[in-house]
Every structure is written in structure tokens, then in C-alpha cells.
Design a protein around this ligand. Structure first.
Ligand code: ATP
Ligand code: MG
Length: 412
């Protein structure tokens, strides 16, 4: 991998000195600004890499873009002509994790060039309005002009070009912003607000149902990248059930970017629990083993949390007592973003985000086979642990095997 700063430098130079030889050539780029993410200290590189992956993914079908990150900013630069920048901007403005975005041009840092570029790029925006303001920021502290000087001087230059304008520092109709960065001056109008959020990666337990895709959406909205894990129990669950889950994972990429779907062969552990544990405890024991397996795979993949589509008291295994008992096997935190939503609210979101139609296709899920008539709703942890001891090492071995033989499907 290339050190991002080198890449940024090379790219900025290429923009400043375009090979096209056209002196008036102005290449527009998109800048995405980090919000909460920049607080993340040592984990920052990881977050930035995840963000870049999502941005690249969102731009893939718009055109060829170079995406890189430096000085807490993501740069998205078209690498071919006639790219639909409106569409590109619309796409990336929906990505969670960016505090703000702008469309900008970059030029050399000498003052005359900045003035000329600001006028060429934003002059038309200044027609038909009365008040404006220049904002300047200096990330490059070695720059000879201070920010107030830049604001004043560039403001004066633009006033000279548009003598009907007045400066209003408090409530301007338009802002001309110039950012002096290491490798160039970036000029743009007002930033637009991004979706915000805190990136990182978590593992979603994805069934074929209505709830878990909505849970994915809710956490993606916080800026999380996701991987998915699905438990399949062939021949009780069919190939088509698996394809349905893959289709759901695919639909969710709109919000999360590309993801891995891990399909865990779960038939053996499930049959073993059915045959060797009391009926009434089957679901709880099964869910504990699922959470254990998910926890192991999630950690291997660098995920920092598990996510489920559970909602309080929706079914026997989703009472507070049952959630306590199933969550207890995980070392990672378990997020249940739908916990306070009722089914109707969940269905409304599922419809809006486009997953409902696929979710209601009638294929079986491993959680709905072998269900007991009267499952416990208030499992007691000591009783559960005692039952698990009876399942002894055999189940552990089966779970290990399930982890090591999980199939990885890339959804992108
Ligand atoms: P959903 O509508 O998402 O299927 P549900 O209300 O039917 O949820 P359960 O079947 O009890 O509830 O499952 C609760 C949660 O457990 C799901 O939201 C999902 O996160 C996880 N889960 C259930 N079945 C599977 C599976 N086969 N693979 C992975 N995760 C599962
Ligand atoms: Mg389900």
C-alpha cells in the first residue's frame, strides 16, 4: 500500500499541473470531513480505511475516482472526464460517518492564483445575492498569510469584481471558503452537513427475517461497517433460504458498503442440542451456542460488537431473562437496536429501506425448526449452565468445526 500522504501529494500536484495543458482547466473534487471520527486516536487508521472502502463502493458505478484521506479529510477525485459530479456528490453525501462535505477545486497556494480560482469557480454564485463572507482556514501553518489576512484580502478582491456585494460576517447569503492545506489551496462554497456517525465494524446475526436487516440499517446509521453471520441447517433449511439471506445482505450494502457474509453450517450442533437437552431449554441453549460461534468469528474479523434484531418480548427467547442468558456467553458487547420497537414500527422501516419484500419470502430459518411447544421464557442461568455441562465436549467440538468450516461470501 502507498503511504496516503504520498498519494495525496502526487494527486494534488497532478491537479495543480494538469497534463491536459489547458490553463483554465479546473478539476472539481469532493471533500468529506471527519466528525466524531477524528476523536478516535489510535484507531483512526482503521476507521479511515473503512470509510474509504465505503466511499469507493458508493462511487463505483458513477465513474472512476481516486479516494484518499489526509489531514482528517477524505478526497474523492474523478479520474476521467464527464463524470456526473452531481450524482457522485449525492451518493457520498448519504454515507454515514462524514460530518460534512463540499465540492471544491484545488489550486496553487499563491494569493493571486487563489483569487483567480475563487472568481472562476464561485463567481457565478455571487451573482444575484447581496451579502457574502470569505472564510479561511490554514492547516499549513507555514503559509505566509494568516487566516484573517486571507479573508480580508480575498474578500476585497471579490468585492472588486462584484461591487454590488456587501460583507456580512454573521449571516451571509453565501460563503467562499478557502482552506490552505499542505499540498494546495482548496476553494469551495458552504459545506453541506453529512450524515455523521461513528465508524467501526460489527457483526450482524442475519436471519432471513424482517428484523435483522432493520437492525443492520440502524447500526449502519451510526456509521458502523458490518459483516454478517448466518446460521444454516441444511437439509432442514434450504439453499433458497441461504440465497434469500445473501440477497438481504446485498440490499443492505446500500447503507454499509461491501461486506462479508459468513454462512455457518449449523446442522450438527443444532441436532445435538435437540437430542441431548431438555425440550424446554432447546431454544435458549441453541441461541447461546449461536452467540458463542458468532462471538468467535466476529473477533477473528476484527469486529467490536455483535448485533441482533431482537426486540423485547417479541418471542420467548427475547424476554429480558432470555437475553441476559444468551448475551452472557459473549465477550463482545451485544447491540439490539430494535429492542424498544414493536413489529409495526420495524415493518415500516423495513418497507422504507427496501428489505421487506425479500424478508417476507417464505423460507425456513434454523431458529424456527425444532421449536418446543412451551419454551422457557425465564431461563435460570444455573440450570442452563448445568444442561450445557451435560452436552460436554462434543458440542464444543461441533461448534469449533462450525467455525472452521463457515463459508465466506463476499457481497458487494
Ligand atoms: P428476524 O425477523 O430478523 O428473523 P425474529 O424476530 O424472527 O428476527 P428470532 O428468529 O428469534 O427473531 O431471531 C432473533 C435474532 O437472532 C434475529 O434478529 C437475528 O439477529 C438472529 N438470528 C435468528 N436466526 C438466525 C440465523 N439463522 N442466522 C443468524 N442470525 C439469526
Ligand atoms: Mg428469525
Amino acid at each position: 500500500t502507498i503511504f496516503p500522504l504520498n498519494m495525496a501529494r502526487a494527486k494534488a500536484e497532478a491537479i495543480i499541473n494538469p497534463t491536459s495543458g489547458d490553463a483554465t482547466f479546473m478539476k472539481e473534487i469532493i471533500m468529506g470531513y471527519q466528525g466524531e471520527m477524528s476523536l478516535k486516536g489510535l484507531n483512526r487508521n482503521q476507521f479511515e480505511a473503512a470509510m474509504m472502502k465505503i466511499l469507493r463502493y458508493r462511487l463505483k458505478t458513477v465513474g472512476r475516482f481516486k479516494v484518499y484521506c489526509t489531514q482528517s479529510t477524505f478526497y474523492m477525485e474523478p479520474e476521467e472526464e464527464d463524470v456526473d459530479m452531481d450524482l457522485a456528490f449525492e451518493r457520498v453525501s448519504k454515507v454515514f460517518g462524514l460530518a460534512a462535505l463540499s465540492r471544491a477545486v484545488v489550486c496553487e497556494k499563491d494569493f493571486d492564483t487563489i483569487c483567480q480560482t475563487a472568481e472562476d469557480y464561485l463567481g457565478s454564485e455571487l451573482h444575484g445575492i447581496r451579502t457574502f463572507k470569505v472564510e479561511a482556514r490554514r492547516a499549513d501553518k507555514t503559509y505566509p498569510m494568516t487566516s484573517p489576512e486571507l479573508m480580508r484580502e480575498l474578500g476585497a478582491y471579490l468585492l472588486g469584481k462584484h461591487n454590488y456585494l456587501k460583507v456580512d460576517v454573521h449571516n451571509p447569503q453565501f460563503k467562499v471558503i478557502v482552506e490552505i492545506r499542505d499540498y494546495g489551496a482548496y476553494i469551495h462554497g458552504p459545506k453541506i452537513q453529512g450524515e455523521g456517525g461513528l465508524p467501526g465494524k460489527a457483526m450482524l446475526l442475519l436471519s432471513g427475517g424482517i428484523d435483522s436487516p432493520v437492525a443492520a440499517y440502524r447500526m449502519a446509521k451510526r456509521g458502523l461497517a458490518l459483516d454478517h453471520i448466518h446460521f444454516a441447517s441444511p437439509p432442514y433449511t434450504s439453499e433458497r433460504a441461504k440465497l434469500k439471506v445473501k440477497a438481504l445482505a446485498q440490499l443492505i450494502t446500500v447503507y454499509t458498503g461491501s461486506a462479508n457474509l459468513f454462512v455457518v453450517p449449523y446442522t450438527k450442533p443444532q441436532e445435538y442440542i435437540r437430542d441431548n437437552a431438555p425440550d424446554v431449554l432447546f431454544t435458549v441453549l441453541m441461541r447461546r451456542s449461536m452467540m458463542r460461534i458468532a462471538n468467535i468469528i466476529a473477533k477473528k474479523q476484527g469486529c467490536e460488537a455483535l448485533i441482533t434484531g431482537e426486540s423485547l418480548a417479541q418471542v420467548a427467547s427475547q424476554t429480558m431473562e432470555a437475553m441476559a442468558v444468551t448475551g452472557q456467553v459473549c465477550t463482545l458487547p451485544v447491540f439490539r437496536p430494535l429492542v424498544g420497537m414493536d413489529k409495526e414500527e420495524i415493518v415500516t422501516v423495513a418497507r422504507r429501506i427496501g428489505t421487506l419484500e425479500t424478508s417476507i419470502l417464505p423460507y425456513e430459518d434454523c431458529c424456527t425448526i425444532f421449536v418446543a411447544k412451551h419454551p422457557v421464557t425465564k431461563p435460570n442461568l444455573n440450570v442452563i449452565k448445568c444442561s450445557e455441562r451435560h452436552l460436554d465436549d462434543v458440542i464444543d467440538e461441533m461448534m469449533e468445526r462450525a467455525v472452521s468450516t463457515a463459508e465466506t461470501i463476499e457481497v458487494c
